[in-house]
Design a protein around this ligand. Structure first.
Ligand code: SF4
Ligand code: SF4
Ligand code: SF4
Length: 600
């Protein structure tokens, strides 16, 4: 995912490629032998069995295709969006304005390699997400959807591996002369594969749900089964999985289930930045099962789940009514979630329409949105207020973190800097430090409360000493405030916090060389200039600034020497050449300056 979205090559990507390549040869062996979620599901199956709860597979033809959709969304949608949907929608929008332009994600960031990370725990969900996630994807999925319920109705990895399995020659094959059609293999298969039928019809298991776990091989009393290589199902005629005959839901029922699933999935996925794709998939599958079960209570038939009645001949039981209320509540919640998700998306799109130049918006005479743009900002803020948590005057159950910067930008564009600050702060708290966002927060603080800006920058830079953006903005701000002495003290102290000779140290030394020249500490200025030029000697502008400092000191030989260094680095920049000429003149190298003047 990180690769398709951000171009990051990490160990996860390498593992995925190896996994897919080996699946094309050996089938879904990874599912059977390498997946921790399957281990959890198998553990839950055994646990439920121990408590006397028999699980029954929920069989839906339409929902069995859901993993393919999830696999597409997870792996293929980001590149399709980046290189297909986004540029196409922008082009279409230029001709037909009613078509929305989905911009913002179309630039490929290039490939980067990340084989180590200092933020290992950041990729893990919080405790409050992890626990429900594990319950939904293992215990509840198995209990309500049957063994491996999560695999068959919610796993995007399975959705990518299953089609590849159809090309794999590695399969469970039968020695037909030994098979007695006893069906033991089918009874032990927790993937609900009709093993005895498939090996009889095709000589091997053709079902893409076979995870090559080997349970059937172990259980076969005549040792008729083994793992071997044969013609893949894709190249066999009519090699359809035998379990397909077990789907009982009518065609219209299947369509209805798909609609319900979509409401649940798109309502929950990414909601409040809490529900990851896998969890939303699990909730959607279980929610759809519940709605299906509840719908059956409206028919005049006995309806049971496990050994519990939801409807008897005498009517709907209290459990049946509870299921109805729960289904209704879930659908209402999912509908509300869809609205929140839609509003979140719209708010971000609206904020991206506020196309003001950031440099002007954050300048000392800030540009403020007017007319149409101000209207967009105000509408964006009003709509955002509606999806704030109830406790903060909104109609949502929690905040939507991805919208915070959009709201902050609209406040900023309207000149409401103090109102923008809390949203940027919340973003940084929630998503972690980011140089550009922290930089914008600093600029907002400069505008909203200039008297407190210095303390804020010092505080931030003590925690994030490597932040280039904060350093640049802070030193520039001190310069504008005429606080050169404060800047010198800060830069000297800050050098102790960064790697000597590194890019940030170089930046600080440059600042020191200029600031000390400004305050008249000329000898110190020369020292800083020389140090920076030792690291970065091919900088003609720096040589010229050094020449100016030497001139102020009256060291004319050094003026000429520095100007010559600059001259050697400049070939055709008339502005720099004019400065070189001026310095040569001032240093007494009149003839050299005249020659250069002629050349110019
Ligand atoms: S389908 Fe998904 S959850 Fe199931 S075993 Fe395979 S990778 Fe694991
Ligand atoms: S368990 Fe063995 S003998 Fe029985 S049906 Fe399966 S393959 Fe044939
Ligand atoms: S029991 Fe046999 S058919 Fe079933 S998943 Fe395992 S290997 Fe495949």
């Amino acid at each position: 995912m990180a690769f398709f979205r951000d171009g990051v090559v990490n160990l996860g990507l390498i593992l995925l490629v190896l996994m897919l390549a080996s699946t094309a040869l050996l089938g879904r062996w990874f599912c059977g032998w390498g997946c921790h979620v399957l281990l959890l599901q198998d553990g839950c199956s055994k646990l439920l069995h121990r408590f006397g709860i028999q699980t029954k597979p929920f069989r839906s033809r339409s929902l069995s295709h859901v993993p393919f959709l999830l696999g597409f969304l997870m792996f293929f949608w980001p590149p399709v969006y980046r290189w297909g949907v986004s540029p196409l929608s922008v082009k279409l929008n230029q001709h037909y304005q009613w078509i929305p332009a989905f911009a913002g994600n179309e630039t490929w960031p290039g490939v980067t390699y990340e084989f180590t990370t200092s933020e290992f725990w950041r990729s893990f969900p919080s405790f409050w997400v992890a626990v429900p996630f594990l319950l939904i994807c293992s215990l509840f999925a198995v209990w309500f959807l049957g063994s491996k319920g999560f695999c068959f109705y919610a796993c995007p990895y399975g959705g990518v591996m299953a089609p590849l399995d159809q090309f794999a020659p590695g399969r469970i094959v039968v020695d037909d002369s030994k098979c007695e059609r006893c069906g033991v293999c089918t009874s032990v298969c927790t993937s609900h594969v009709f093993v005895h039928k498939e090996v009889h019809d095709f000589g091997s298991v053709v079902d893409m749900n076979c995870m090559k776990c080997g349970d059937c091989i172990e259980a076969c009393p005549t040792e008729a089964l083994k793992f071997g290589f044969t013609v893949p199902p894709f190249f066999k005629k009519n090699a359809k999985p035998a379990r397909e005959s077990a789907f009982r839901i009518s065609r219209s029922g299947e369509y209805a289930l798909l609609v319900v699933w979509a409401i649940f999935f798109f309502g929950f996925h990414g909601l409040y930045n809490i529900f990851p794709l896998l969890m939303a998939g699990g909730i959607a599958a279980i929610g759809t099962w519940l709605v299906h079960l509840t719908a059956k209570t409206f028919q005049p038939k006995t309806v049971k789940f496990s050994k519990l009645h939801l409807r008897k001949n005498s009517g709907v039981t209290s459990l049946g009514w509870s299921a109805r209320i729960l289904s209704l509540a879930l659908i209402a919640f999912a509908g509300h979630s869809l609205w929140v998700r839609f509003e979140s998306r719209s708010i971000q799109d609206m904020a991206s329409q506020v196309d003001l130049d950031k440099r002007l918006v954050f300048s000392s005479t800030p540009l403020i949105a007017t007319g149409e743009m101000a209207l967009v900002c105000n509408e964006c803020i009003a709509r955002h207020q509606k999806i704030q948590p109830i406790a903060e005057g909104g109609l949502a159950f929690a905040s939507s973190p991805p919208t915070w910067l959009a709201r902050a930008w609209c406040h900023t564009a309207l000149g409401e800097w103090s109102q923008a600050i809390p949203f940027v702060e919340k973003h940084l708290d929630y998503f972690g430090f980011r140089d550009d966002v922290a930089g914008d927060l600093g600029l907002l603080r400069q505008l909203a409360a200039p008297q407190e800006a210095e303390v804020w920058y010092l505080d931030q830079l003590s925690v994030h000493p490597q932040s280039v953006r904060l350093l640049e903005d802070f030193t520039r701000w001190l310069e504008r405030q005429g606080k050169a002495s404060t800047m010198i003290v800060f830069c000297r102290e800050h050098r102790d916090r960064v790697a000597p000779g590194g890019p940030i140290d170089l930046f600080l030394m440059r600042r020191l060389s200029l600031a000390t020249a400004q305050t008249g500490e000329l000898d110190e200025s020369v020292v800083w200039f020389e140090r920076t030029l030792n690291i970065e000697p091919n900088n003609p502008a720096a040589w010229l600034r050094l020449a100016e400092v030497h001139l102020q000191r009256g060291a004319l030989d050094s003026v000429v020497a520095s100007a010559r260094k600059a001259r050697a680095l400049v070939s055709d920049d008339p502005r720099l050449l004019t400065q070189v000429m001026r310095m040569l003149d001032a240093g007494g190298a009149i003839e050299e300056a005249a020659a250069l003047r002629q050349q110019l």
